[in-house]
Design a binder for this molecule. Structure first.
Ligand code: SIN
Length: 548
């Protein structure tokens, strides 16, 4: 691999979902921005978000109600100040998205340009407050933001580029506080690693659903940002809280296809294969209970019946309404031979959203100088132990906006880094791998034991088994990583393994059940001992995982 060049920008943005693109547009008003994205720019979790974005925009809703629903879902671990911070900025976030050209559905009789939005409802919400673009809200948001980004003269958008690690001054042994000054970036098409220096690095790399065998997430969701931030010395929190979406399409050929909760918001009913509408047995909100409760109820029913799936029944709803409001889901189901207007849809839970991640304050600042973050990669205090549906796109915009303001304030304090501060990438004695099977084997193994042992229902023994396995595989992966030439799969495997290890570690610390963490050995919530975040930091834990 040729020696890398050094590139300079004012802002380096990792990730091209809602938070990354939003931040980039704001930052580009002040300086040069480089966006690094793993595949095509639109290939982000945002692009697959079906439900929508929650915000208080109607007269019969209130901030208090949105705050209460968020706190209720979060099971005692949300930070109320952060929840208020986000909820109170909801309407402004919607305005900002409208200004970049996002088209949200409006009520049938609303005059053009009016703010009379058609609002959906999802689990855990006591009001209709989800703005949407039919059932493809994320795609619409991504379209609007990307078209602005592509047209901006100050933004360099680099596709097929994978950040390998953050550039840190402590890596180079420089005096003073550790500072992130950019990232090593692997250009997958040219096969080279370059140093991208920047005054400010903004991480919006999304989640880590691929750590689990079944997930609603696109293939890119391998936890890269969480792993890089951890290696760079940032604090992460609450990695045990992985949200399982209750309803993904169950079909042998349907990879990762979500059946939006908005369908239950319109009256869809979950039933066992024998027809029993079971959610009323579990919660007073029935099919619209918070997600952790619905996913666990499905898991219980599947274990009880031995069936492969439950079904979502929409056959009592108006067929034209369903086709019009949910065109993407209707069409996709039809591809698999399911007409959702006449047949119930087979569904199962799947890993969907990481409520934990890199800790930031309400300015999007991490505890490493120069590193900002927003979106699913972070843990801001909004979601607590369980995210309220459709709060994540909102969080992405609000925190990207806050981080851009904070970064612009800091701009002059953080001078452009000298390119001598971190060494060029060196691949040492790495050779072309003749054993790519190591990657597929480890990848499959991790995802399978995470699903079986660190899934919806956990126990001390299952977690200990997972721990033994990840430690064994980490040794193999680390050895392979340092001796093999880089490939995108290898980079992702290294990150995925570290994130799996962090999830197991955090889950083992929490000896209670709360929100998304349910364990048979400690089935009750214990506020006195565990009413706090689970923090994890490289300097304090992780001897099994050598720093890069
Ligand atoms: C959905 O449409 O059910 C997903 C929405 C979300 O995860 O917030």
């Amino acid at each position: 691999m040729p020696e890398s060049a050094a590139r300079q920008a004012d802002f380096l943005v990792l990730g091209s979902g809602i938070a990354g693109l939003f931040f980039a547009l704001r930052a580009a008003e002040r300086g040069r921005v480089t966006i690094i994205t793993k595949k095509r720019a639109a290939e982000s979790a945002t692009n697959y978000a079906q439900g929508g974005i929650a915000a208080v925009v109607s007269g019969d809703d209130s901030h208090e109600s949105h705050v209460a629903d968020t706190l209720g879902a979060g099971a005692g671990l949300c930070r109320e100040d952060v929840v208020r911070f986000v909820v109170e900025r909801g309407a402004d976030a919607i305005d900002a998205l409208l200004k970049v050209g996002v088209d949200f559905d409006r009520a049938d009789d609303a005059p053009p340009g009016s703010s009379d939005f058609e609002l959906g409802r999802e689990g855990g919400h006591t009001k209709r407050r989800v703005l949407h673009h039919r059932d493809a809200t994320g795609r619409e948001i991504e379209r609007a933001l990307l078209s602005r980004v592509r047209a901006h003269p100050n933004i360099d958008l680099r596709e097929n580029s994978l950040a390998v690690d953050l550039l840190t001054t402590d890596r180079a042994g420089a005096p003073g506080p550790n500072r992130v000054v950019g990232a090593y970036v692997f250009d997958a098409l040219r096969g080279v690693v370059e140093r991208h220096f920047a005054r400010i690095t903004f991480m919006a790399t999304g989640g880590a659903g691929k750590v689990y065998l079944y997930t609603s997430n696109p293939d890119i969701a391998s936890g890269d940002g969480m792993a890089m931030a951890y290696r760079a010395g940032a604090t992460l929190a609450n990695m045990e809280f992985m949200q399982f979406h209750p309803t993904c399409l169950y079909h042998p050929q349907a990879k990762s296809f979500l059946i939006s909760e908005a369908l239950r918001g319109e009256g869809g009913t979950l039933r066992t294969m024998s027809g029993h509408a079971f959610m009323a047995d579990y919660h007073e909100m029935s099919d619209l209970a918070p997600r952790d409760i619905v996913a666990r109820a499905i898991d219980t029913e599947l274990k009880r019946s031995g069936d492969d799936s439950v079904v979502l029944d929409l056959t009592h709803l108006e067929p034209d309404f369903l086709r019009e409001r949910f065109p993407t889901i209707s069409a996709r189901c039809l591809e698999f031979g399911i007409d959702l207007t006449t047949q119930p849809i087979p569904v199962v839970p799947a890993a969907h959203y990481c409520c934990g991640g890199v800790v930031t304050d309400t300015r999007g600042e991490t505890d490493v100088l120069g590193l900002y973050a927003a979106g699913e990669v972070t843990c801001t205090g909004l979601h607590g132990a369980n995210r309220l549906a459709s709060n994540s796109l909102l969080e992405g915009v609000v925190f990207a906006q806050a981080a851009s303001e904070a970064a612009l304030e800091r701009f002059d304090e953080l001078p452009p880094p000298e390119d001598t501060v971190v060494e060029p990438w060196s691949e040492g004695d790495a050779t072309e791998s003749s054993e790519a099977v190591v990657i597929t084997q480890n990848w499959d193994e991790i995802r399978r034991f995470m699903w079986n042992y660190v899934g919806i229902v956990r126990s001390d023994r299952r977690l200990a088994r997972a721990r033994r396995r990840i430690e064994l595989l980490q040794g193999e992966i680390t050895e392979y990583y340092w001796n093999s030439k880089l490939t995108p799969d290898l980079l992702e495997l290294r990150n995925l393994a570290l994130v799996a290890e962090l999830v197991i570690h955090c889950a083992q610390q929490r000896k209670e059940s709360r929100g998304l963490h349910y364990t048979l050995d400690h089935p009750d919530r214990d506020d006195a001992r565990f009413g706090r975040d689970t923090l994890v930091r490289r300097s304090e834990w992780g001897p099994k995982t050598p720093p890069a």
